[in-house]
Every structure is written in structure tokens, then in C-alpha cells.
Design a protein. Structure first.
Lengths: 589, 49
């Protein structure tokens, strides 16, 4: 089998080309750092395509560069497919020159030729090929133009054309290399028009403006929360609750009217109550991630990382660490894992400790449930405030750690700002559906099994079936409840939900769904005041996300770091929740 | 009949719980929500091919 390594600068369309070539559906993002590890795909089981992480050069030592370099040296590569941005050849060809060192045939894929043409850039492909000693194929990966030619060439296996010689022009002198690139481009490239200031540059002058950048960033996020909680997600969720879940419950009540009371309770309160309480939040999860996918694909997310660099430096990290944080808003596990792309061990550890403070989407159903009951009409503001609180506390903890256990110097941050573009509907739908699918899978597995377990624990004790107040669950909750009393929610029900929430945060909602049953809304109002409810949400935001996060911390950093992360998050959650409840009670009575 | 259905539900829930907990405690995330972003997810996907 022939092995082709797919390589290029970050955000030049490697993953899009990989998907076209292999028929795969890997995540495609309009921001650098999407490909963390190498991915493999196949063309008709004859050619193995390996998608390597995006890199600018092979002479620095980030993990991505190490992975790529090692693979080129030891991975049995037959041909290098070097994808470059045709509208930015000057910078992209530096890596091409370095790749020549490996003495492998190179297919230089010029992506985004449509963008280059719109910028008035005309490229003489033959001249470029002869000057560099590579095969050149122009494509537009996002539109599927030219992909077949790449496939045909790979399938034909004829890379050693007379053009593709192994002589290379790379030296250790960076200036010499750029001089050579300029000479090549002087002959092979003509810029027909001077663009002046582009639309992208005009937008950047606003979104990256020293004074406007942060307010605009917050405003954009707020609009996404409005979209989720006021305009689309919440109304859909309410409709699902009323018509779908309500309908299922009434059908089941009719069907089970002649059944035993305990059996009807297991089905309706246990399974439907537990799983249904979570599943009604599916529209909210999908809507929020539709908004975030839109930001990623439009090119704004890379700008967000850029403007966050200043804040990130204050906590001893570079803007690059913002990418694991953004991923952490989806789920802390990949967020912690993507910290691997950071250069230093200290950066990786500090990022992994802070990523769980970003509010993952598993917490969203808990926020949505409490916000709709205790703060009707202000759901988006309450949820938005929790997300911001997570970020603010991460900054404070970062500063604390930077000056104590992770003392280090600041490091430079290079990020390429991609072209703005209108997100493709297909990509947006694919990303949103991925989130929805994951949520449904979770509802059908862990949430279902936890609901059944919780129902049994809440209806049985050593003497058999009993009332809930004498059940195993009430006993377990009663032991830990005093710990939470100073924060205004020292009931066994709320305490045990925090405990079961360690399996997955959505289980907090399903636990309450099973315990309180169909009267969930009214009973929650009896057990919490609005301040206690907000204080409870702060605890949910900050304490250990789930056992997967604990396990991944252990896997990535060992037992000590795992224990430290769990303890510090529990302590932090307790202190913050305590402050919110007591200060809130003083202010609002 | 009710007993048989209940036993079926309990066995299924216990099996899912066991499998899920085993995966999770190994650091093999099963969160679902990370899906295509997650390097672990990629590994699982490739190994299942």
C-alpha cells in the first residue's frame, strides 16, 4: 500500500481535502489547530492518506511539529502532498522548501485558487513546478474543484516525473530561503490588481480594535445566548417538554393504569422522568453549538484567540491555550487533550487545570432547568453570567497558579487570521448534528442506566420497597447534605444529585427528574430560593466535571495532578458557591 | 410479565452502567458531546474500522 502524507500550514484546508480524498467526515474548522493528531484515511484501500497537524515549519519543537517530523522520517512515506494557500504562497512555501529535505516526491496542491483569483493573483503553475521541482495541482477544496486530479495522480502512482527532482534549495539561513521563494514567485506569480484595503481588513479594524474588541466579543457571545435561550432553543425545548414528553407521559399513564404502582413508577418516574428531564434540552444544546460553529467557520474564533492573547498572557499562557479553552466549552475531555499542542509542560498542566472551569455543554441542561424555574425571562442572562463567571475565575486561578506553582516566562504567540467567509450550511449542520447525536447517545446510555439505578436507590432500602425519605438515596444524600447547608441547599435531594452528577453533569437533572417526578418545577421552588439556586449553579459550574475528566487528567498527567485537580476544583466550587449565597443573601435579602 | 420486563430493564441498565464506567475510568471518554473534536474519539473510530 502506498502512503501519502498530507501536510501544510494551519488552516489551509488539509482536513477538507482529506475528507474529499477519503470520503471521511472529520471535523473541519476555519481556525488553526483543528488537527491535533495525525489521522488516517484510505483511497480504495490502495493508498493510505495521513492527515498531519498543521505546521508553519519543521525547525521549532511544538508537539505538532514533532509528530509531523517523526512521521516523515519513520512513517514509510512514499509521497508528500503539501497543501498550500494559493493566495499566500510567500509564507506557505517556506515549509515546502523544508519538506524537500526528506527526498520524497512532493505534490504541491495549491488550494483556494478561487480566493487567489479574486485577489488578482495569477500563477504560472508550470513555472512554479519547474522552479521548485515538484508537481503542482491547483484546487479549491471547499468547492471540490481539482480534487479528482489529485486522486488520479495518487492512484496512478507516477510522482517521479522529470520535474519532481530531489534537488532542494533549503539552507539553515532563513533569509536565504525567503530570498529564494521571492525569486521563484517573481517569475511564477503576477499580481494583477492592488486590492487596497480588503473587506476582511475593514472588519478586522473593528473586531480587533483596541477598545472595541472585548465589548464586541462579549456582545457576539451574548447574541448567541439570546439565540439559544430566548429566540430559538428554549422555545423549542419548552414545546418538546409540553407536547412530546407530556404526550409520552399521558400515553404511558393510560397504558399502565392497570399495572402495579411500582411498575408504573419505574417506567414513568424512573425512566421517562430521568431521561426525559434531560432530553428536552436537546434543542438548547444544538442551538448553542450551531452558534459556536458559525463563529468558528466564519473565521471569528481565530480573532477571538488573538484578542484573548493579552488576557492569556496575564495568566501565564499564550493565546494558543485559548483553543483548548474553546474546545472545553463543548467538553473538558478533548479540551484537556488538546492542551498537548502547547509547547511547555507547565503550559499544558496549567491549561488542563483551567479548562474544566469552562462551562461544558453537559452543564447546560442544569442551567436551563434552574434558569427557567427561578429566573423566567432572564434565562439567557443567567446562563451567560455563569459562562463568564467560569472564564473570570479561570483568569483569577491562572494568575494565582502563575505566581505560585507554575512560575514561568511569557511566550510569543503566532496565529494566522483566516479569511472571513460565510459558513457552509453543510459544515454547520454536520457539527450541530454531531453534538445532538452525542447528546442523544448519552441520554440512551449513561443517563438511562443512571435513571434506573437512581429510581431503585430512591425507592428501596434494606427492608425492601419504601417511601423515598427512608430510601438508600435519602440516606446517602443525608450524609453529605450538611456540607452544602452553608450555601443554602443542604437537602439530601440536591446533595445526592451533585454526587450522581460525577458520572455526567446531565445526571444532576435526571436525578432530580426521578426524585421529584412530574412535579419537578414546583418542588424545586420549595427547596431552593433564587439565590440558593444560583449558588447551586455556581457549584455545578466549578466542581469536578465528571469521572471522564478525572480519568483523562490521570492519563495525561498522572495520579498527583489528578488528585490535585479534583481537590482544588471541589474547594474552589465550595468557596465560590458559599460567597455567592452569603453575599447574595446580604444584598438581596 | 412486569417482573420479566423489570429484570430486563435492570440487566440492561447494569450492563450499560458497567460498560460506561469501565470506559470512563480508563480515560476513554464516552461523553459523546465532544465527538469529532476529540482525539480519543478519532482513535476509537479508526480502531473500529
Amino acid at each position: 500500500m502506498l502512503t501519502a502524507a498530507l501536510l501544510g500550514n494551519p488552516n489551509v484546508g488539509k482536513t477538507t481535502l482529506f475528507n474529499y480524498l477519503t470520503g471521511s467526515n472529520q471535523y473541519v474548522g476555519n481556525w488553526p489547530g483543528v488537527t491535533v493528531e495525525k489521522k488516517e484515511g484510505f483511497i480504495e484501500d490502495k493508498i493510505k492518506i495521513v492527515d498531519l497537524p498543521g505546521i508553519y515549519a519543521l525547525d521549532t519543537y511544538s508537539n505538532e511539529e514533532k509528530i509531523s517530523k517523526e512521521f516523515l522520517e519513520k512513517g514509510g512515506v512514499d509521497v508528500i502532498v503539501n497543501i498550500v494557500d494559493a493566495s499566500s504562497l510567500n509564507r506557505n512555501l517556506y515549509l515546502t522548501l523544508q519538506l524537500k529535505q526528506f527526498n520524497k516526491p512532493i505534490i504541491l496542491v495549491l488550494n483556494m485558487i478561487d480566493v487567489a483569483k479574486s485577489k488578482g493573483i495569477r500563477i504560472d503553475y508550470e513555472k512554479l513546478a519547474s522552479k521548485l521541482g515538484v508537481i503542482v495541482i491547483p484546487i479549491s477544496a471547499s468547492k471540490g474543484i481539482g480534487i479528482e486530479e489529485v486522486k488520479k495522480l495518487l492512484k496512478g502512482g507516477n510522482f517521479f516525473s522529470p520535474l519532481n527532482e530531489n534537488h532542494y534549495h533549503y539552507t539553515d539561513d532563513e533569509k536565504e530561503n525567503y530570498k529564494f521563494i521571492e525569486e521563484v514567485l517573481a517569475e511564477a506569480l503576477v499580481k494583477e490588481k492592488d486590492e487596497g484595503i480588503t473587506i476582511g481588513e475593514r472588519i478586522d479594524s473593528i473586531v480587533l480594535n483596541k477598545f472595541l474588541a472585548y465589548p464586541l466579543f462579549l456582545f457576539i457571545l451574548y447574541i448567541i445566548f439570546k439565540f439559544t435561550f430566548t429566540w430559538v432553543g428554549q422555545p423549542l425545548s419548552d414545546a418538546m417538554d409540553e407536547y412530546v414528553l407530556g404526550g409520552i407521559v399521558s400515553i404511558l399513564e393510560t397504558l399502565l393504569q392497570n399495572s402495579s404502582h411500582w411498575f408504573a413508577s419505574l417506567i414513568i418516574d424512573g425512566i421517562v422522568g430521568g431521561v426525559g428531564a434531560v432530553i428536552v434540552f436537546l434543542p438548547i444544546v444544538m442551538t448553542l453549538f450551531l452558534g459556536i460553529s458559525f463563529l468558528e467557520d466564519s473565521g471569528y474564533m481565530a480573532r477571538a484567540a488573538f484578542i484573548m492573547d493579552r488576557i492569556m498572557r496575564k495568566i501565564g499562557l499564550s493565546g494558543k491555550a485559548f483553543i483548548p479553552f474553546i474546545i472545553g466549552f463543548g467538553c473538558s475531555v478533548p479540551g484537556i487533550m488538546s492542551a498537548r499542542t502547547l509547547e511547555s509542560e507547565k503550559d499544558r498542566k496549567l491549561t488542563a487545570l483551567l479548562v474544566p472551569l469552562m462551562s461544558c455543554n453537559a452543564r447546560l441542561p442544569v442551567y436551563a432547568l434552574f434558569a427557567s424555574i427561578f429566573f423566567p425571562g432572564n434565562e439567557s442572562s443567567i446562563t451567560f453570567s455563569l459562562y463568564l463567571l467560569g472564564v473570570a475565575i479561570a483568569i483569577l486561578i491562572g494568575i494565582l497558579f502563575k505566581n505560585t506553582i507554575f512560575k514561568k516566562d511569557e511566550e510569543p504567540f503566532i496565529i494566522e487570521l483566516p479569511e472571513y467567509k460565510m459558513p457552509e450550511i453543510k459544515n454547520l449542520m454536520m457539527n450541530t448534528w454531531e453534538k445532538g447525536k452525542g447528546f442523544l447517545k448519552k441520554a440512551g446510555t449513561i443517563i438511562f442506566s443512571m435513571s434506573v439505578i437512581i429510581w431503585f436507590l430512591s425507592n428501596f432500602n434494606f427492608n425492601g420497597m419504601t417511601d423515598m425519605e427512608s430510601s438508600f438515596l435519602a440516606y446517602i444524600g443525608g450524609i453529605i447534605a450538611p456540607v452544602f447547608k452553608p450555601m443554602g441547599y443542604g437537602t439530601w435531594q440536591s446533595s445526592v444529585a451533585l454526587l450522581t452528577g460525577l458520572m455526567a453533569k446531565e445526571v444532576v437533572v435526571s436525578t432530580m427528574g426521578v426524585i421529584y417526578g412530574v412535579d419537578l418545577h414546583n418542588l424545586l421552588l420549595q427547596h431552593f430560593t433564587p439565590i440558593a439556586a444560583y449558588s447551586y449553579l455556581v457549584f455545578i459550574l466549578l466542581y469536578t466535571p465528571c469521572i471522564s475528566v478525572i480519568a483523562v487528567m490521570r492519563k495525561e498527567f498522572g495520579n498527583k495532578m489528578m488528585a490535585f485537580s479534583v481537590l482544588y476544583q471541589l474547594l474552589l466550587a465550595w468557596i465560590a458557591s458559599f460567597i455567592v449565597y452569603n453575599v447574595g443573601s446580604l444584598i438581596f435579602g | 410479565m412486569e417482573i420479566i420486563i423489570t429484570v430486563g430493564i435492570v440487566v440492561l441498565a447494569a450492563y450499560i452502567f458497567y460498560r460506561s464506567t469501565k470506559k470512563r475510568t480508563k480515560g476513554e471518554c464516552e461523553c459523546g458531546s465532544c465527538s469529532s473534536h476529540c482525539p480519543l474519539y478519532e482513535k476509537q473510530k479508526n480502531s473500529s474500522k
